[in-house]
Design a protein around this ligand. Sequence first.
Ligand code: HEM
Length: 510
Amino acid sequence: MNGFAPGDRSPPSIPSLSIIGSLLNCPCFFQQLQKKYGDLYSLMMGSHKVLIVNNHHHAKEVLIKKGKIFAGRPRTVIKLLVNSRWERYSVSLCMFGEGSVSIEKIICREASSMCDMLTDPEHAVDLAPELTCAVTNVVCALCFNSSYKRGDAEFESMLRYSQGIVDTDSLVDIFPWLQIFPNKDLKILRQCVSVRDKLLQKKYEEHKVNYSDNVQRDLLDALLRAKRSSENNNTSTHDVGLTEDRVLRTVGDIFGAGVEITTTVLKWSIAYLVHNPPVQRKVQQELDNKIGKDRHPQLSDRGNLPYLEATIREVLRIRPVSPLLIPHVALQDTSVGEYTVQKGTRVIINPCSSESVNITKYTESSNPIGRFLNEEGDGLCCPSASYLPFGAGVRVCLGEALAKMELFLFLSWILQKFTMPTGQPLSDLQDKFGVVLQHKKFKVIAKLRADWEKNPTNAAMLGKYIMCVFCTLETFVREFVFMKPAIKYHKSNMNKMNILRQCNSMININ
Ligand code: HEM
């Protein structure tokens, strides 16, 4: 009965073996099954019972109405290696909320160095390394207060391990017994995780040596402070999940979740813009009209750049990089719609079930970007109920705010300064299914836009230097003039979320 209670009303069930091959090659494969089996059906993936949810009413029931019942995550092999307790994210990721001035500065600094690296009008280049570098540096700055230049040995090893994790295919998750056989992917994954663990341990030791109760440089400091505070109050760190191992894993997990998906969405966005020159032109017109060339875009411009925001939403709609979200698990016997679901059943929400389109099929008349704009086209409208690129409910993506800031700032900085003409041969932008939905490698020419060619050292450059000086001064004042209060960590206040909220408010002040 595929995990659905005997005698109860179970959803239509699909034979298991026939689907495995196609599933791994085609993320929207479930869309085809939907036509045959309806919105809700079950199947066996290896030994796991899986319920596939294809319509947004059922998706909302799983994610929101019964979010706590479906809050489990499968114990996949990859997850066991890469991260073990998703709950801990709440400790750290609430730090990445909007309005965080310091995060904006970090992203703009990275956007600026990325733009400096892109100027090669003659040759088509693969933008992926620069995008990965920028996104990784944002996460490094948040976690360790470090930023790296390309070529730095530590940084390169970080990039390698992120890639290694992403490239692993999920066959072992479907058939866990495959672990006992030699498996190249799993071996690489284990090596990557070992590199990561050594690096994290090194950062942790450095932070312990330089730690001060009065200065909070990054997430690692915030977690160290919370850990020490709990120890000073003579409480067991074990009770509140702040052992050394947990601190390290929390920071490590942010890399796993934060770097690759954001980089992949950026790559898809560039691909989309190159394939759709009218969209690129409209975004640039909007940037020229609303921002001009004397300064760079800031987060506060988001409300004034609806076309760019709508374009980002469209890319997330047509290429949801976590195509099957991350499976949820039913923590008790329950139901979805009219069907019963047994405890332990995995649930996959299929975001491709709504009208997913091919990336090359944009036309002016179909105007898919318009779906995110109001009638006048000068503001955003509410996306449809089935639009869930970051999931929803208790397991919603905890990096959503950070990811949106990065997508907006990186893309607006690139498009303000560069144009990516279509005259170049375009590669076939096919999906490559892995941990995230990646596309095959492609190269583009990033040409400086006319006004930037004429006057490369314009006011925006001056603005950049003023910002640097301002940042340095601000750091000095914050760290040496104002002494930050330590996180209060009382027995009565032992809840993880409380600690994190305190970390959050402290970071947001920075
Ligand atoms: C455009 C970029 C991103 C997209 C499209 C994305 C999408 C998603 C999706 C679909 C989920 C699963 C939600 C569910 O199961 O209901 C998820 C979970 C998660 N994401 Fe993201 N994500 C992005 C960036 C980030 C970043 C930058 C971070 C952290 C720095 C992050 C951290 C997480 C975490 C920790 C979870 C697990 C939440 C849990 O299990 O409770 N994500 N993300």
